[in-house]
Design a binder for this molecule. Structure first.
Ligand code: PMP
Length: 355
């Protein structure tokens, strides 16, 4: 600690990203990345990129990518905001729609960046417990007295609410901002992007890091009514006009254009997820119904921590959260068919040793 740190920084507890060990090559099932390559159209853009262009600042409005997203989802460009990953948009949203000292409602088990941003921007988290099946109870989120953020599907539980359930929450909080983080929505959930046309209190956030295989490019987008988006823009242009680099804009645009590849690869991932789910259930695991690109599982015969360590020993990384309520679970990102077969073999061996 330096004596030059301010009081806030002295107290901060940052978010811990999934480990990226460099000691050996692991099968990486710990950070919910997509197991397939980005679209060949993205590859083409990068291989043929005119590097002379990098002398110039990128378009601060990111219009090309906004237009592509708007046309793909049937929205207007003025209703889209682009961020350097959806984490950046989450941070901007916390800064835009809340005053310091305001309450913010979210589930007690959810994406662990929400408490970190709450702390960074001096909000007061009001956590609402999931029910005993790890589900969000919609009734708990009605007529609240401040803004709400929900990941749908929720992370790390993998469980999704339906569109109607989310709409009930939005409609029952007309005077509060409702932020729906749809990082994993393409893997079987029901998006509420369309509802941004109907409700002025709804902001939907999505990412290119999962279903569009571009975690390394850092791209996300938000959709909402014009006033909500203008607010995010005001914050962004008070912080950094050029959050999205030239290459990312081109790559992201190509990724959205190639809808055929997107749909094909997402479908393949869902197929692998369902297969893995079935095998794990056969092995006696508790496996909630995932609508994400990961499974959140526990077993009565072996602890989450032991499973995580044994898998790591055998060259497979999964995510383990040492947190009350979920410390007996591991979160497994769905990899390729081949990776999941190796994973299933290792799990079988570990369970045999733990009879
Ligand atoms: N929301 C949720 C629920 C996530 O799990 C993640 C990935 N860690 C993000 C947002 C952020 O993703 P990115 O910044 O890569 O878009």
């Amino acid at each position: 600690m330096s004596r030059f740190w301010n009081n806030k920084v002295k107290e901060l507890v940052p978010y811990t990203p999934g480990e990226q060990p460099k000691d050996k090559k692991y099968i990486k099932l710990n950070t919910n990345e997509f197991p397939y390559s980005p679209s060949p159209m993205v590859e083409d853009i990068i291989k043929n990129y005119d590097f002379e262009d990098l002398r110039l600042y990128p378009d601060p409005d990111v219009s090309e990518l906004k237009n592509e997203i708007a046309s793909f989802y049937g929205l207007n460009t003025e209703n889209i905001f682009i961020g350097n990953g959806s984490d950046e948009i989450l941070a901007f949203a916390f800064m835009t729609y809340f005053n310091s000292g305001d309450k913010i409602y979210y589930p007690n088990i959810t994406y662990s960046f929400y408490p970190v941003y709450s702390d960074l921007f001096d909000l007061k988290p009001e956590t609402i417990p999931l029910n005993k099946n790890f589900e969000i109870e919609t009734d708990d989120y009605k007529n609240l007295d401040s803004g709400i953020i929900l990941a749908n599907p929720n992370a790390p539980t993998s469980i999704a609410l339906g569109r109607d359930q989310i709409e009930e929450i939005i409609a029952a909080n007309k005077d509060n901002i409702v932020i729906i983080d749809e990082a994993y929505i393409d893997f079987g959930g029901e998006s509420v992007l369309e509802l941004t046309k109907k409700y002025d209190n709804l902001l939907v956030i999505q990412t290119f890091s999962k279903s569009r295989a571009l975690a390394g490019m850092r791209l996300g987008f938000a959709a909402g009514n014009k006033e909500l988006i203008d607010g995010l823009d005001k914050v962004k242009f008070s912080f950094n006009s050029y959050t999205i680099n030239r290459l990312s804009i081109k790559a992201g645009t190509a990724a959205v254009k190639d809808s055929e590849y997107f749909l094909k690869t997402v479908e393949a991932l869902i197929k692998t997820r369902e297969k893995t789910k079935k095998v794990l259930k056969e092995y006696g695991f508790f496996v909630p119904d995932s609508k994400a690109n990961f499974l959140f599982v526990s077993h009565s015969r072996i602890s989450g921590e032991e499973l995580y360590l044994k898998l790591k020993d055998s060259g497979i990384l999964v995510r383990y959260f040492k947190k009350p309520g979920i410390d007996n679970f591991i979160r497994i990102t769905i990899g390729t068919e081949k990776e999941m077969e190796i994973f299933e073999e290792k799990i079988k061996e570990i369970l045999k040793q733990n009879k």
